[in-house]
Design a protein around this ligand. Structure first.
Ligand code: AMP
Ligand code: TRP
Length: 350
């Protein structure tokens, strides 16, 4: 029996965005802005998760279109596809393969506790797809397939990240002896991935209702700012955003029972790279019409160049498809190696 010594795995960032339409300001501030920052210090993989998208029905033509749209947004926001790996999940079959192994590690009880499943399945849970229940296991597989150490996401994904850590931990425990036998020092194969959830906009709320998160699937276009909106649409949506009758407070504490004010100040802070307290130092005492004007100017200044760049990139689908193919090839090289290690650990012949 040989005892090969395995190199310890490097720090690595992984995150995903579903290929569903209406990419919005919440996706941008909660996730994509962080993706852009992290590329300076880490090896990063950014994945368009089309396998996750089909957990609810998708039109095939729209799905392909949305996959390209998300990839174009990544690039337009400043993610360099040469330096990082941008790819779509379905081109790397090891995601589904590892998900199966992890399905046999995760417990049904863990999945039944997931609040996103309960929200998305609604009242008729029996009629939800099996994939919707299994969604978080596939997400754990995405991350663990690359033995990623850091995962930038919005606040709504926190519970899924905790589950991914539990699955990694249980795999490491269940197969501890085999992991050591295969040369992994300390019996740890999967690092426990750290969620990166920080800043003033980890949960951007609907512009129509400060108690609901901004979402791709909200029926009201006025609930969200899409990355494809032009300056007029952005201005209109912000001007119509729900507020309350009071002027803005001078300190953060004053935002506590004011979800709509809190949301707009959070958006302003995140777009301007400042803390909410600093924004309130400047706008405390101002009424909403003044503040909204400033927010329109800031949003248009920050988002318009991205929207324009996205449009330019979308004119050349051949280029986008090439980026995704190239990224998938590079992702697959890592995935295959790790999946082979999983097969050895679990006891599959190859
Ligand atoms: P999804 O479009 O559901 O795949 O989400 C992609 C990323 O955007 C994930 O990291 C989410 O946590 C993040 N995200 C989605 N909606 C919001 C929101 N309203 N506020 C902050 N982050 C969000
Ligand atoms: N579930 C995430 C969302 O909807 C998307 C996702 C899939 C993801 N796989 C991932 C995020 C892996 C981070 C890491 O927002």
């Amino acid at each position: 029996m040989e005892f090969p010594e395995q190199p310890t795995s490097p720090e690595r960032v992984f995150s995903g965005v579903q290929s569903t339409g209406n990419l919005h300001l919440g996706n941008y501030l909660g996730a994509i802005v962080k993706f852009v920052e992290l590329q300076n210090n880490y090896d990063c993989l950014y994945c368009v998760v089309d396998l996750h998208a089909i957990t609810v029905p998708q039109d095939p033509i729209a799905l392909r279109n949305n996959t390209r749209e998300i990839a174009a947004a990544f690039i337009a926001c400043g993610i360099d596809p040469k330096k990082n790996i941008i790819f779509n999940q379905s081109q790397v079959p090891e995601h589904a393969e590892l998900a199966w192994v992890l399905n046999c590690v995760a417990r049904i009880g863990w999945l039944n506790r997931m609040t996103q499943f309960k929200d998305k399945a609604g009242k008729d849970r029996e009629n939800a797809s099996m994939g919707l229940l299994d969604y978080p296991v596939l997400m754990a597989a995405d991350i663990l397939l690359y033995r990623a150490t850091h995962v930038p996401v919005g606040e709504d994904q926190k519970q899924h990240l905790e589950l991914a850590r539990d699955i990694a931990q249980k795999f490491n425990n269940d197969f501890a002896q085999s992991i050591v036998r295969n040369g992994y020092d300390g019996g740890v194969f999967f690092p426990l991935p750290e969620p990166l959830i920080s800043g003033p906009a980890t949960r951007v709320m609907s512009l129509r209702d400060g108690s609901k998160k901004m979402s791709k699937s909200d029926a009201s276009e006025y609930s969200r700012i899409n990355l494809s909106d032009d300056a007029d649409q952005i201005a209109q949506k912000i001007r119509k955003a729900k507020t309350d009758p009071e002027p803005l407070p001078s300190e953060e504490k004053g935002l506590e029972a004011r979800p709509e004010a809190n949301n707009l100040v959070g958006i302003f802070a995140a777009l301007s790279g400042r803390a909410k307290s600093e924004v309130l130092k400047e706008y405390g005492g101002a009424n909403f019409s003044t503040f909204k004007n400033a927010l329109v100017d800031l949003s248009v200044a920050k988002l318009s160049p991205i929207t324009a760049q996205m449009r330019r990139i979308r004119e050349d689908d051949g280029y986008i498809d090439q980026v995704l193919r190239d990224g998938s090839d590079r992702a697959r090289a890592i995935a295959r190696e790790n999946m082979n290690a999983v097969k050895d650990i679990v006891g599959f012949l190859r």
